[in-house]
Design a protein around this ligand. Structure first.
Ligand code: T3D
Length: 268
């Protein structure tokens, strides 16, 4: 049976906005929502009319992480039942979603409109640019239920803020206000709550008119750089620059500069 969408989707020009839409549960992830969000991103990745994606939440929260009442994870009341394997939830839903976000051919913006907890926080932090309203907050809630930071948290947190801060966030599981998240470099920018949606859309429109193919390659090279030595990173830059140099966007960028006009980028 077809499930009701647990997110909203709208497109303005080349900007696709996906809004997690379970406000009664602070947009906590059910297995249905996780699958639907990944499918929406898969479709966007194949759709040439989409050149930037914004992910946000409906109501007062961005996302409270895994829905702890979802049958997929809720411990059974019957002691005779075998314990549930949370690893299957990760393999089946969180890993494909986190990889999908990180491999999108276009920039992805998180517009964090309220609390972002657990996997909800790490979904946001895996996006390319994270904007937050001033009343938003980030919580590595896993520590409180005996789990480790998932949805990419163990990889993202130390890279974003260093080991000491990452351990502080992960072990203490305390609420980090948006302004502090910006101050420690966890996120890009905090704006007034009432300006968040407009700021995210303006940024997304700007990015959608930019050379997005090169941006996706920049993200890929940043992500793999930590595994490479300097020589290999230089080699990878050369290979990628070579490919981009054959693209239309490079021709367009150079021609537009020389002709003193605004470029029109189309590659994806
Ligand atoms: O098995 C696995 O878990 C594997 C997967 C792991 C990935 C993860 O994401 S683990 C982390 C899971 N998330 C959490 O532990 C966060 C739980 N929520 C909270 O700590 C708090 O709700 C918040 C700090 C996020 C917000 O607090 P507050 O006081 O603003 O709101 P509230 O009153 O706690 O919540 C409002 C409603 O949302 C409430 O429902 P009600 O009483 O009005 O009917 C609450 O139960 C519901 N809600 C909030 N978070 C979740 C949730 N329902 C289900 N799952 C949630 N995660």
């Amino acid at each position: 049976m077809q499930q009701e969408p647990q997110y909203l989707s709208s497109q303005d020009g080349a900007v696709l906005t996906l809004t997690l839409n379970r406000p009664q549960a602070l947009n906590a992830f059910t297995s249905v929502l996780l699958a639907q969000l990944r499918e929406a991103l898969d479709a966007a990745a194949e759709d040439a009319s989409v050149r930037c994606v914004v992910i946000t939440g409906a109501g007062r929260a961005f996302c409270a992480g895994q829905d702890l009442s979802d049958p997929y994870v809720k411990p059974s009341d019957d002691p005779a039942d075998a314990p549930k394997d949370i690893g299957q939830l990760l393999d089946g839903f969180y890993v494909p979603l986190a990889l999908r976000v990180r491999s999108m051919p276009v920039p992805v913006i998180a517009a964090v409109n309220g609390v972002a907890a657990g996997a909800g926080a790490n979904l946001a932090l895996g996006c390319d640019l994270v904007l937050a309203g001033q009343s938003a907050s980030f919580i590595q809630a896993f520590a409180k239920i005996g789990l480790i930071p998932d949805c990419g948290g163990t990889w993202l947190l130390p890279r974003l803020v260093g080991r000491a801060r990452a351990l502080q966030l992960a072990l203490l599981g305390e609420k980090l206000p948006a302004a502090e998240a910006q101050a420690i470099g966890l996120i890009y920018q905090v704006v007034a709550d009432e300006d968040l949606a407009a700021t995210a859309q303006a940024l997304a429109q700007r990015l959608s008119q930019s050379p997005v193919r090169a941006m996706a390659q920049t993200r890929r090279l940043f992500d793999q750089a930590g595994l490479l030595d300097f020589d290999e990173a230089l080699k990878q830059e050369g290979l990628t620059q070579s490919q981009l140099g054959f693209g239309d966007d490079y021709q367009e960028g150079v021609n537009a500069f020389l002709q003193k006009r605004k470029p029109v980028f189309k590659d994806r």
